[in-house]
Design a protein around this ligand. Structure first.
Ligand SMILES: NC(=O)c1ccc[n+]([C@@H]2O[C@H](COP(=O)([O-])OP(=O)(O)OC[C@H]3O[C@@H](n4cnc5c(N)ncnc54)[C@H](O)[C@@H]3O)[C@@H](O)[C@H]2O)c1
Length: 353
């Protein structure tokens, strides 16, 4: 079986704990090059010993062995490296968010179209087994029209890498809306059939930049920097209307004074309501059967998680064995929503897209 030769840009947490374990299980991939701006990050004994090591991503995309790039670097680099790699004729996978602004997203779309190569961004929620089940349930018409929903990831304390790139707007593009919101907003919109957003209203807050107890076990990612920057929100609230009349309420926080940390997505359909959860036994369908209200609890194991399955899908698409479940236009729609929430928060008005 032909192996796709991969180069990795950014060898931090998500590469080590999610991407690398997935690639190790795949027979049709070989990591031939690694890049991290910090040389020591590439010395991990678990990393492929024979892969070329680079500290500049420009050198990695010029490596003649590399056919595809997986970008696991801070958010602002996703479009910068992605566009350059597509222009070199490489396939590109990037971690989420797809880009840090609508204009950067547009550059990716233009480069994708010009290159004809595969471009894909991480949608790990879509690739969970339970999401595939919900999607089939919806596509078979069992939920009826999905006309509204609410989703959120609300941490009591869980700011990633406080002071580092996660909390620096120029490098991250935003706080929990960008970091966590992309996961649930994408899944909600995907389940709803990818309707176009037409108007957005939002508020964002930054109340925990100076708190000493802002970190928690719920922030496994990023490295703290004591004298660093914190110019992004720690809470984002919003309301999105779609062209088909559907709506979605959203709420994402890294820090909030609440009882319990939650991650949820609820969609209301005419025939059934759906509750998606990361806790497998909490997933539910609320409907009627034989004149009674019934709650259905799907029993679906998640042995590998969504990240690995998304990477398998990326390689399958490159090899022509699968049709992409992701389009960059969906990414653009999502990026417009995120940007409009910040714009609405700043102007105090609803933003028409
Ligand atoms: N899908 C998910 O569930 C998920 C979870 C966590 C993080 N992420 C995403 O993954 C990406 C990385 O996050 P992380 O948690 O691994 O962060 P991290 O800070 O642990 O790792 C980022 C790595 O990129 C390196 N880097 C920085 N600038 C670079 C440059 N110019 N060239 C090459 N390398 C550079 C850093 O040295 C670091 O090793 C982010 O975009 C984040 O949003 C996704």
């Amino acid at each position: 079986m032909k192996k796709i030769k991969l180069g990795i840009v950014g060898c931090g947490g998500i590469f080590k704990y999610a991407h690398l374990p997935a690639y190790k299980k795949m027979q049709n991939v070989e990591i031939v090059a690694l890049c991290d701006i910090v040389e020591a990050k590439m010395e991990d004994p678990e990393f492929p010993p024979d892969a070329h090591r680079y500290t500049a991503w420009q050198d990695l995309i010029n490596d003649p062995e590399v056919e595809a790039v997986d970008i696991c670097a801070p958010n602002y680099l996703h479009s910068v490296v992605g566009v350059a790699a597509l222009k070199k004729g490489l396939h590109v996978f990037t971690e989420k968010p797809d880009a840090i602004s609508v204009s950067e997203m547009q550059k990716l779309i233009d480069a994708e179209k010009e290159s004809g190569k595969v471009y894909m961004a991480m949608r790990n929620n879509r690739h969970l087994n339970v999401s595939k089940f919900f999607k089939q349930y919806i596509d078979e018409g069992k939920a009826g029209e999905l006309y509204c929903g609410r989703c959120g990831i609300i941490r009591r304390r869980g700011i990633p890498g406080k002071g580092g790139w996660f909390t620096t707007k120029a490098q991250s593009g935003g706080g929990p809306l960008v970091d966590l919101g992309v996961h649930m907003i994408d899944l909600a919109v995907y389940f709803m059939g990818n309707p176009k957003a037409v108007s957005v209203s939002g508020c964002v807050y930054n109340k925990f930049a100076n708190s000493d107890i802002s970190d928690s076990v719920n922030s496994k990612f990023g490295e703290k920097k004591d004298d660093g920057i914190f110019d992004v929100e720690d809470l984002a609230m919003g309301f999105i209307r779609f062209e088909n009349g559907a709506c979605l309420q959203i709420e994402f926080s890294w820090a909030s004074n609440i009882e319990k940390e939650t991650a949820f997505l609820e969609l209301r359909g005419e025939k059934a309501g759906l509750k998606f959860s990361y806790i497998p036994e909490d997933n539910r369908i609320y409907t009627e059967e034989c004149g009674r209200l019934v709650d259905i609890a799907p029993r679906i194991p998640e042995p590998d998680g969504g990240h690995g399955q998304n990477l398998v899908h990326f390689i399958d698409v490159i090899q022509g064995n699968a049709k992409p479940d992701f389009t960059s236009e969906q990414g653009l729609n999502e990026m417009k929503i995120l940007q409009a929430i910040y714009e609405s928060a700043e102007t105090g008005k609803e933003v028409i897209l």
